[in-house]
Design a protein around this ligand. Structure first.
Ligand SMILES: NC(=O)c1ccc[n+]([C@@H]2O[C@H](COP(=O)([O-])OP(=O)(O)OC[C@H]3O[C@@H](n4cnc5c(N)ncnc54)[C@H](OP(=O)(O)O)[C@@H]3O)[C@@H](O)[C@H]2O)c1
Length: 285
């Protein structure tokens, strides 16, 4: 599999997003484990998760626990696979998502995530979403403290504007290694952040890179140009979307979600799909 880098660490150009395996509509445990193992078989060495990827209020960390078990049963350690988790989002159990960017909360949440993942230090810890009730600098200050203590190895942010990327860089300096924002054929408004990351050499992880759990199946219907290029290349429309994202900048590392082995196998193969400059321009138009 093609490799890209996050903070100097080499990872597969396509990661696995863990969310569909833990929220509403999730598969049973056996299928979830088989999906993670299929990703590893395909050469995926980046798995994205969060403590808030769960369904009911009493199962915080469901996805982190699942990934830790899958890695253990596969025999893969933290040196081989980078598990990127996040803190700062919560799910009270009624389907909603809330925020908590309080520094003391983030410090506790990171330690709980490390315990569930079975590591002394989290490979990549991302502040999940700015909390409007807490100054951004205070939340990022908590991430800096986690780095200083050695509780996390690398730091990232998510759902951040260009101004917030710059603010985080002022606090973390070169230790800010990744930005995870929504980006897909349907959602392109974070192109500015993608380009900013490309200029700074910071990894950009598009979330919902296929349009999201519910919409991924409609990619061909909603985005005719992507189906056209799929027909031209013999690739799936999902592979075309991921290959297009990879082509936008060398810092881009999409993290398509999956709850079936065949989905992540298909997505992983997108790393080897080369599009022509003309095809990329058509998809970008
Ligand atoms: N930072 C944030 O705020 C944030 C927000 C949302 C998501 N995320 C992260 O981003 C990841 C990806 O986003 P997402 O899961 O919401 O949406 P997505 O990746 O756009 O779509 C996921 C869905 O696409 C289907 N799929 C994946 N690869 C496919 C393929 N090659 N062919 C056909 N179908 C395919 C999967 O179906 P099956 O389920 O049938 O396999 C899956 O349910 C999440 O898992 C999560 O880790 C982060």
């Amino acid at each position: 599999m093609q490799q890209r880098t996050i903070g100097g660490r080499s990872v597969s150009a396509i990661g696995l997003g863990g969310m569909p395996m833990s929220i509403e509509g999730r598969p049973d445990d056996a299928r979830a484990i088989a999906t993670i193992h299929a990703a590893l078989d395909a050469g995926v060495t980046l798995i994205d998760t969060a403590d808030s990827y769960h369904r009911d209020a009493n199962e915080v960390g469901h996805n982190e626990d699942l990934i830790a078990r899958a890695l253990r049963s596969y025999g893969a350690g933290a040196d081989e696979v980078l598990v990127a988790t996040k803190g700062g989002h919560l799910r009270p159990g009624d389907g909603s998502w809330t925020q908590n960017g309080d520094p003391a909360y983030l410090a506790r949440a990171a330690k709980e995530s490390a315990r569930r993942l079975g590591v002394d230090a989290i490979g990549l810890y991302q502040f999940h979403r700015p909390d409007p009730s807490v100054p951004y600098a205070d939340s990022i200050g908590a991430i800096r403290d986690l780095l200083d203590e050695g509780a996390i190895v690398m730091a990232g942010i998510s759902n951040a504007s260009v101004a917030q990327i710059d603010e985080a860089r002022e606090i973390l300096g070169g230790r800010l290694v990744s930005v995870q924002n929504q980006f897909s054929p349907a959602f392109r408004s974070s192109l500015g952040e993608l380009e900013h990351c490309a200029a700074l050499g910071i990894a950009f992880l598009p979330w919902s890179p296929l349009g999201g759990i519910r919409s991924a199946k409609d990619l061909a219907d909603r985005h005719g140009a992507f189906q056209e290029v799929a027909d031209e290349t013999g690739a799936s429309v999902h592979q075309v979307a991921l290959a297009w994202e990879l082509a936008l900048a060398p810092v881009v590392i999409p993290i398509p979600g999956a709850s079936r082995p065949e989905s992540i196998r298909d997505s992983a193969a997108a790393a080897e799909l080369e599009l022509t400059a003309e095809q990329i321009a058509r998809l970008s138009a």
